[in-house]
Design a protein around this ligand. Structure first.
Ligand SMILES: *Cc1c(COP(=O)(O)O)cnc(C)c1O
Length: 390
């Protein structure tokens, strides 16, 4: 069992209070640092982004906006309207611009879809990203589909199809790879599911972590985007926050049937993106940027694979299979997720996500994000130290 001093126990109760106040999302490191200045947070392994992609974006931003003073235009003037930014993305995504809806982060799109299109019943796999059940309207019936520990939290395809056929929801959601466990459904299976479940009005696939996934050693990106041509009911949601490392500028988009997009635009969302998010999307479709992005993407995927393999060698931890940039880790020696997270923070300045509040997870789980190579090494060493010398 881990032991804590009196001062440490006091910090523990303050962290509990801050976590409670933050609701279903954990306090970020800036809140922790402000409220608990005695903490020295060195590594944020709670937040799920590719740090190398942030470096890349910052290089472009510095060169193109700051050094040239063009940043003034971005700040002073209105950004383009929703459909203008959507049109920028159309060629790159190879879908009609009339099917693209941009959002101030994917979270705004999730809210828009759930509030406008989901009216009766939704099926949600657990564990999940909490806004998918928190944002549904009160009158909507939520049916939970539990992913099981014994299946490594992998979706059971045939029983899922049976559940959907039995419940007849108007909306289903697949997060691919899933948050918080990183479970991945390959593209052929996604297509099979879409084919079997044509009757569902809104088939949502959240691809917010898709750039971290791969199906073979070529690390080629596999996306369901092209399937929106065949399946009218498919809505793809994409956050740029995690795999492009730009959560602060709030950029996301969705691909959906033209009439659904029209319905959303009729109700608002005119200038919902910031100038910086518009700048990002213009950059995102440029060959030069993309080429460099794919380099940092692959480098990060390879380092993440190595990191997960190192975590798996630590006694008393079970690392669940993940094709995202984080791993769901179960603690097997009776230590609570809270105590392990607290020790990581107090002794090593490492912040991990305690998953105690995640519905659908029975046991003690933490979620650890992959960071830079040197940070990952420190995380592995810290866990080894704690778990072998409690
Ligand atoms: C973080 C996250 C989002 C929200 O992303 P933003 O673009 O930052 O709003 C959406 N879906 C999933 C699965 C996420 O983990």
């Amino acid at each position: 069992m881990l032991t804590f001093s009196k001062e440490e126990a006091l910090i523990a109760s303050q962290i509990k209070k801050l976590t409670h106040e933050a609701g279903s999302h954990h306090p970020n490191i800036f809140t922790l640092a402000r409220e608990l200045p005695q903490l020295k947070i060195e590594i944020d392994a709670c937040f799920l982004s590719n740090p190398y992609a942030t470096d890349l974006f910052l290089t472009y931003l510095t060169r193109e906006l700051l050094d040239t003073h063009k940043i003034r235009d971005v700040l002073e003037f209105y950004p383009s309207q929703n459909q203008v930014i959507a049109a920028i993305l159309a060629d790159h995504l190879a879908v009609s611009k009339n099917k693209i809806f941009v959002g101030s982060g994917a979270i705004e799109i999730i809210q828009a879809i759930l509030h406008n299109f989901t009216s009766k019943k939704i099926i949600i796999n657990l564990p999940t990203f909490s806004p998918f059940y928190e944002f549904v309207k009160d009158e909507v019936n939520i049916v939970y589909n539990h992913l099981h520990k014994k299946d490594n939290f992998q979706l059971n395809i045939e029983s899922y199809i049976q559940l959907v056929e039995r419940e007849k929801p108007d909306t289903v959601v697949l997060i691919n790879p899933n948050n918080p466990n990183g479970g991945y459904i390959n593209l052929a299976t996604i297509e099979y599911l879409l084919d079997r479940l044509r009757g569902v009005e809104n088939f949502i696939i959240d691809e917010s972590f898709i750039h971290f996934a791969y199906e073979d050693e070529t690390y080629q990106l596999k996306r369901a985007v092209a399937l929106t041509k065949t399946f009218e009911n498919l809505l793809i949601i994409k956050s740029m926050s995690k795999d492009f490392g730009i959560a602060g500028i709030r950029a996301g988009y969705a691909i959906m049937a033209e009439e659904k997009r029209e319905r959303l635009l009729k109700n608002g969302y005119l200038w919902n993106l910031s100038g910086l998010a518009e700048y990002f999307f213009k950059l995102y479709v440029q060959d030069e940027f993309l080429k460099e992005y794919y380099e940092v993407r692959i480098r990060y995927i390879q380092e993440t694979k190595y990191f997960f393999a190192a975590l798996a060698t630590i006694p008393n931890l079970k690392v669940y299979p993940s094709l995202a940039n984080f791993a769901l880790v179960e603690i097997l020696d009776g230590t609570s997720a809270f105590d392990l997270g607290l020790k990581m923070l107090l002794k090593y300045g490492i912040y991990v996500r305690n998953c105690a509040d995640k519905i659908g997870l029975k046991g003690e789980f933490i979620r650890i994000a992959s960071r830079t190579k040197s940070e990952n090494k420190i995380i592995v060493q810290a866990l080894k130290d704690i778990l072998s010398n409690p």
